[in-house]
Design a protein around this ligand. Structure first.
Ligand SMILES: Nc1ncnc2c1ncn2[C@@H]1O[C@H](COP(=O)(O)OP(=O)(O)OP(=O)(O)O)[C@@H](O)[C@H]1O
Ligand SMILES: [Mg+2]
Length: 161
């Protein structure tokens, strides 16, 4: 049975915008279970660029999230939620389950994201499949940032990062 304090927390932003960093901070404070699609994909031996796998994994993590929320466990989804329709679907489902729903949007200049990714590539973490400037320039044209009107449809965050 969902408790009134149960929350679905959506984190929204492009790669390297700080989603995982924020999710770790919020998970302790809310407290919530963090579902990290990249971590799961890596641990399951998948290629992080395998889009079909990512879609199937995301679906399963969303099914699991709904089960956890219905049982009163808050959940943080730290993948990017680039599309308005994805955020709408999750917000409406959370409302239907009777739980709160927060949106944390991480906005950073594209040049800053590219620099962070370059640093991460240099650290060895992503050397097998580095994110390049060209990727970021394309992603920025696909990403649908939430506007003021959309942000007001969500609950006020109970914890900041
Ligand atoms: N507010 C910040 N200011 C500066 N650097 C940051 C900030 N937040 C995160 N970083 C750094 O940027 C890099 C990316 O952060 P993080 O892994 O949290 O991003 P992400 O959005 O989860 O990325 P991805 O989409 O690739 O999973 C890390 O090296 C992190 O230390
Ligand atoms: Mg991350």
């Amino acid at each position: 049975m969902a408790k009134s304090s149960t929350r679905l927390v959506l984190i929204c932003g492009l790669p390297a915008s700080g989603k995982s960093t924020l999710a770790h901070q919020l998970a302790l404070r809310i407290p919530a279970v963090r579902l990290d699609k990249d971590g799961w994909a890596t641990q399951l031996g998948a290629d992080l660029w395998d889009e079909d796998f990512r879609v199937r994994l995301e679906h399963q993590l969303w099914v699991l999230s709904q089960d956890l929320l219905a049982r009163g466990q808050s959940v943080i989804l730290e993948w990017g939620h680039w599309a308005r329709v994805e955020r709408d679907e999750k917000r409406l489902e959370a409302r239907a389950l009777g739980v709160g729903v927060e949106l944390h949007y991480l906005d950073a200049p594209l040049e800053e994201l590219i620099e962070r990714a370059e640093r991460r590539n240099a650290s060895g973490e992503w050397t097998a499949s580095p994110m390049t400037r060209a990727h970021f320039e394309r992603w920025a044209t696909i990403f649908q940032p939430p506007d003021e009107e959309e942000i007001l449809l969500f609950d006020k965050p109970v914890a900041e990062g």
